[in-house]
Each structure stands twice: as C-alpha cells, then as structure tokens.
Design a binder for this molecule. Structure first.
Ligand code: FES
Length: 143
C-alpha cells in the first residue's frame, strides 16, 4: 500500500517536471524557429489612400515582414524603396526639408532614386514599384 502511494507520488512529480520543462521549452523553440510567412510570399501590398499622404512626404509600409518607405514626391509621382539602410540595417525615413531619404543612425542620405548622397551607406536602397490604382497606392516588387 505504501509502495503504491510512493509510486503514485513519484509519477505525479515526474509528470509535473516534464510538463514544466515542456512549458519552458516550447516558447523558446517557437521563438528560434519563426513561422515561414516571409517577404518572399508577398508580391504586392496596399500603400493606403492617395489623399492620406500629402505631396513631399513619406511613410513606412509593411511589405511582408520588411519595411518599405513610400514617398509621394508630387501630386502624381510616387516612389517606394526598401526602408532598410544598406549600412547597418536601420530604418530610413523621408526628410521633407531636404527632399531626401535619411538614416538617423549614422546620418546617411539617399536621393529620390535611392542612390547614396552622403554618409556611410555602401550602396543604393532597393527600389519597389509604387503605382496608383483607383484611389489607392499599390506597392509591388520590381520585375
Ligand atoms: S545604419 Fe544607416 S547610416 Fe548607418
């Protein structure tokens, strides 16, 4: 009788330990192996309504899991670039006063073709296609 109780207690404690270990390891493994939804599965994303972005301004749009900088250059001209700086991967932003793309991390500047103007970035930003469809802007990959 006493032996049966000891076995039952050992079994319960052992099960609790295994459950605790699984509860700890599962989130760690999920974190180290993220879901496979990636930029590769996205070909086009909406950039928002035309009237929501005034000329000479920009905003960040998610393209899959990567940020894209959408710039409304003028009433009719739109541009889109990878918002990941080519220096050390900081997120760039549009600077209205200079009409350039700026990386605040090390003061890197790009022009509105994505080319490096000054600072440490070693190469141009990847360009995306931004076009108007109805009353929306759509961003897609370059062919
Ligand atoms: S990370 Fe952009 S200039 Fe250094």
């Amino acid at each position: 009788m006493i032996t049966e109780r000891r076995n039952l207690i050992r079994t319960l404690l052992g099960g609790g330990f295994v459950a605790s270990l699984a509860a700890f390891l599962y989130p760690v493994i999920r974190f180290m192996n993220p879901p496979s939804v990636s930029e590769a599965s996205v070909n086009e994303v909406p950039g928002g309504k035309i009237q929501d972005l005034k000329p000479n301004s920009g905003k960040i749009v998610k393209f899959g899991n990567r940020p894209v900088l959408l710039v409304r250059v003028s009433e009719t001209e739109w541009r889109a670039f990878s918002a990941v700086c080519t220096h050390l991967n900081c997120t760039v932003q549009y600077q209205e006063q200079r009409r350039q793309i700026w990386c605040a991390c090390h003061n890197g500047f790009y022009d509105l073709n994505g080319n490096v103007v000054s600072g440490p970035p070693p190469k141009a930003l990847d360009e995306y296609v931004a076009r108007v469809r109805g009353d929306e802007v759509v961003i897609s990959r370059r062919a």
